[in-house]
Design a protein around this ligand. Structure first.
Ligand code: MRU
Length: 387
């Protein structure tokens, strides 16, 4: 049965949809330890900045709930929690949501009130603080996304004066939907909200080479939701703007973020920067949808962002379901095939950085941030406590 739920959680049990098998197979893996979560994230069976953070946080919660911590003193319990979180932090480096979640979880464990408590109550109290904080990250993400959807839709409506008689088309890149989050999505969440208000003419989504999050995952979500949509390869975006912008009323490119730094420079899926350059050339707005959990105010500008590089096979090989000679797709048979000479040298950065100068708006769950008269983004309105 097809499902858009990437993460299924109840206390003590975490199921994660294997996104490597989508859209052909819907298989959930049980993830119960930090090691299993690390592998699930590193292999990209779960991906997308918010989903990575949620799976890491909850997998450790499950581990703790099921007796994974043998410490007896409060100090050792906290040390154990922190060492497991530090280990998980190394699974993927670019998205800041994971680091932000880890900082919050460490604070929650350390803030446990322990007066008058001895073993085992003191340990139980710390574990409970951690587990509740991890569960809260899951719940809060869904709230954030619905709110980003509303703010983003309102901003677009106002920019383009969109009405049901004059709806708007948009282009999105990578996958930022339910599959990349706890539900609804960020950039794709805005598209969902625009569609729900009757203001969406058409959504275009890029294939998103090399890992094909657009063709495998976003296409699946758009079809699943019945949103009018067309898939293009990444290299078709310029032609799309040149030939169809006016006819289709293409107003904006909407993308997600793995890390938005202090000046607004934004790391996102490789290919995002190219789309921002094209959008500027064609007079199309460029919008980043980012929960405040994706904002990193400790890094001044994009030069400070570590970009993950992935293995060559993601470019030189591809997997999918077998297509029969009559054109039918046999979803029970999948194959991995080589699509390049396996000896060629490969450069495979997973993300690029879009300079803030090319970004028109950053939509968070607390509102839409646009540049001031000085050309700078000011996040103090959405993150007063971290400014
Ligand atoms: O490599 P991925 O698939 O994890 O990259 C995902 C993206 O770049 C998304 O745009 C970003 O994480 C935001 S998801 C809401």
């Amino acid at each position: 049965m097809a499902s858009l739920q990437a993460i299924k959680y109840s206390r003590g049990k975490l199921l994660v949809l294997d996104q490597l098998r989508l859209p052909h197979e819907h298989h959930y893996d049980e993830v119960s330890t930090a090691e299993e979560a690390f592998e699930c994230i590193r292999s990209m069976r779960v991906r997308g900045a918010p989903a990575i953070a949620i799976v890491a946080a909850l997998a450790h919660a499950v581990e703790l709930q099921n007796g994974g911590c043998t410490a007896t003193t409060p100090e050792d319990t906290i040390a154990y929690i922190e060492s497991r979180l530090d280990y998980l932090k190394e699974s993927r480096p670019t998205a800041v949501d994971l680091s932000n979640a880890i900082a919050l979880l460490k604070l929650a464990a350390r803030a446990t009130k322990l007066e008058g408590l001895a073993y085992p109550e003191a340990k139980e109290a710390i574990l409970n603080s951690y587990i509740e904080a991890a569960e809260n990250i899951l719940a809060k993400d869904l709230e954030n996304n619905t709110s980003i959807g509303s703010y983003g839709a309102a901003w677009l409506q106002q920019q383009f004066n969109a009405t049901p008689d004059r709806p708007l088309s948009v282009l999105t890149h990578c996958n930022t939907g339910s599959l990349a989050t706890s539900g609804h999505g960020t950039a794709l969440g805005i598209i969902r909200s625009v569609h729900a208000q009757g203001l969406l003419k058409h959504a275009f989504c890029t294939e998103t080479r090399p890992y094909n999050q657009g063709s495998r995952l976003t296409s699946f979500e758009l079809v699943f939701e019945g949103i009018p949509a067309t898939l293009i390869t990444d290299s078709m975006a310029a032609a799309l703007f040149a030939q169809q912008r006016a006819r289709m009323n293409i107003g904006a490119v909407i993308v997600g973020a793995d890390r938005v730094v202090r000046n607004g420079d934004t790391a996102n899926k490789i290919g995002t920067y190219a789309l921002a350059v094209l959008a500027r050339h064609h007079g199309v707005k460029f919008v980043v949808a980012a929960p405040t959990t994706s904002i990193d105010l400790d890094t001044e500008n994009g030069d400070g962002i570590k970009i993950e590089e992935r293995k060559p096979e993601e470019l030189t090989q591809i997997s999918g379901a077998v297509v029969e000679p009559d054109g039918k797709v046999d979803t029970t048979r999948t194959a991995r095939v080589a699509i390049a000479d396996q000896r060629i040298a490969v450069w495979n950065p997973a993300f690029d950085v879009t300079p803030h100068t090319l970004i028109d708006a950053i939509v968070t769950e607390r509102g839409t941030v646009v540049k001031g008269a000085d050309g700078r983004f000011d996040f103090s309105q959405v993150l007063p406590e971290r400014w």
